[in-house]
Design a protein around this ligand. Structure first.
Ligand code: HEC
Length: 101
């Protein structure tokens, strides 16, 4: 009886740990070192790596020549698809993207 109770406690603790790890994992980037290195170093790069790497590599933005309004439209599409972009970093991201190409 106490064995079963003990196992339930361990299982509960493991599940709690897994949940906490899941939250932490979302805050880490999935970007490869190669993709991070490919992005020019400018203000906003860290935000691109942080917010634009969960579904594809962040260097997907390279080679696309667009102006700021077009990038806003694209970033809004990404947000509609589930990207979580810190509002305080939004304009920094747009400025970075408008300089890329
Ligand atoms: C929730 C997942 C997700 C996140 C986070 C995300 N994207 Fe995307 N992105 C996608 C998907 C899915 C596609 C492929 C869309 C398609 O097939 O048209 C894509 C495609 C792209 C493309 C290629 C578009 C083209 O016309 O070739 C660019 C550029 C892009 N994303 C930029 C970004 C930027 C910048 C961010 C961060 C602000 C970002 N993405 C974050 C899901 C995401």
């Amino acid at each position: 009886m106490s064995m079963i109770f003990g196992r339930a406690l361990v299982l509960g603790a493991l599940l709690a740990l897994a949940g906490a790890a899941g939250v932490a994992a979302q805050e880490q980037t999935m970007a490869t070192p190669e993709a991070i290195a490919a992005l020019p170093d400018r203000p906003g790069k860290a935000s691109i790596v942080q917010f634009c790497s969960n579904c594809h590599q962040p260097d997907i933005v390279l080679g696309l020549k667009r102006d700021a309004p077009a990038w806003r439209e694209l970033v809004d599409q990404m947000i509609a698809r589930g990207a979580i972009v810190d509002e305080a970093k939004y304009e920094e991201i747009i400025t970075y993207l408008a300089q890329a190409g």
